[in-house]
Design a protein around this ligand. Structure first.
Ligand code: B1M
Length: 212
């Protein structure tokens, strides 16, 4: 985090103006979007999480840091585009029911879109029925679910079950991710794939659909 110390500190403090300026200057001096994201912004959010867990900060401060990170991420978006490409496949994505965390899900959407996937983003707090209804409407290749709370993870198998009940489970691939989610959990709930971060979500999606 040292290289991006001021950036990370401003995200932790929720100082949008400084964080945006630091992101821009890191890009201007040749920093890669991936480094700025991983070593600056995500590292800062991990620290925010630690401070929250220790009772040093509270929900309003977490929200402010989240808003700051989102503003910085906007500057990085163009750097995650892989070039002029035809659609690699349709992805329906959302954060599961009861869960309002969307930064990781938005990064996955952004990187998948940049890699040429067509994204339909249902947002946050997406109930299994909503995933099913939209999947029936747009016929995606992949249904992608994000969860950041251990308490909302059960909505993932519930969604898999709902897809099954609607008769479309074998027509889509299911990918899951989010901080508390593991590969083991993906296997347990019979998802087709798990990714630990947004970059590997792109690789896993390509693998699932057999595209490069
Ligand atoms: Co919340 N929160 N939060 N929070 N929050 C966590 C997740 C927590 C770990 C903090 C902590 O205690 N240390 C903890 C969860 C504990 C647990 O269940 N394991 C927690 C809690 C407890 C809560 C509340 C319950 C607090 C309360 O109200 N008492 C509450 C719940 C609200 C709700 O959802 N119903 C709550 C609320 C919030 C805010 C709204 C204030 C805010 C979210 C704002 C927003 O997202 N718009 C917030 C934040 C900011 C966090 C932390 C600090 C940061 C999350 C984040 O954005 N990280 C978080 C601590 C932490 O994660 N270290 C915490 C950066 C982001 C890039 O990482 O989302 O992990 P992440 O995404 C990664 C990978 O996981 C992966 O790719 C991304 C990286 O490339 N990934 C996927 C994500 N989705 C994927 C999907 C894929 C593949 C990969 O395929 C489909």
């Amino acid at each position: 985090m040292d290289e991006f110390k001021v950036l990370a500190e401003s995200v932790i403090k929720g100082d949008i103006k400084t964080a945006v300026a630091e992101t821009q200057s890191a890009l201007d001096v040749g920093g890669t979007a991936r480094d700025i994201l991983d070593k600056g912004l995500i590292a800062a959010m991990d620290e925010v999480g630690d401070r929250f867990a220790k009772g040093l900060i509270f929900v309003p401060q977490m929200l402010r840091s989240a808003k700051t990170m989102k503003e910085c991420t906007k500057l990085l978006e163009p750097f995650f585009k892989e070039g002029d490409i035809t659609s690699k496949g349709k992805v329906l994505i959302g954060t599961v029911k009861g869960d309002l965390h969307d930064i990781g899900k938005n990064l996955v959407s952004m990187m998948m879109e940049g890699a040429g996937f067509t994204i339909t983003d249902l947002g946050v707090d997406v109930a299994p029925e909503k995933f099913v209804q939209k999947a029936q409407e747009i016929e995606p290749d992949i249904v992608a679910m994000s969860a950041l709370l251990s308490t909302t993870m059960p909505s993932m198998p519930q969604t898999v079950e709902a897809l099954k009940k609607a008769g479309i489970r074998d027509k889509v691939k299911v990918m899951i991710g989010g901080a508390p989610v593991t590969n083991k959990y993906a296997q347990e709930i019979k998802a087709d794939s798990y990714a630990s971060d947004a970059g590997s979500a792109v690789s896993r999606a390509k693998d699932l659909l057999g595209v490069s």
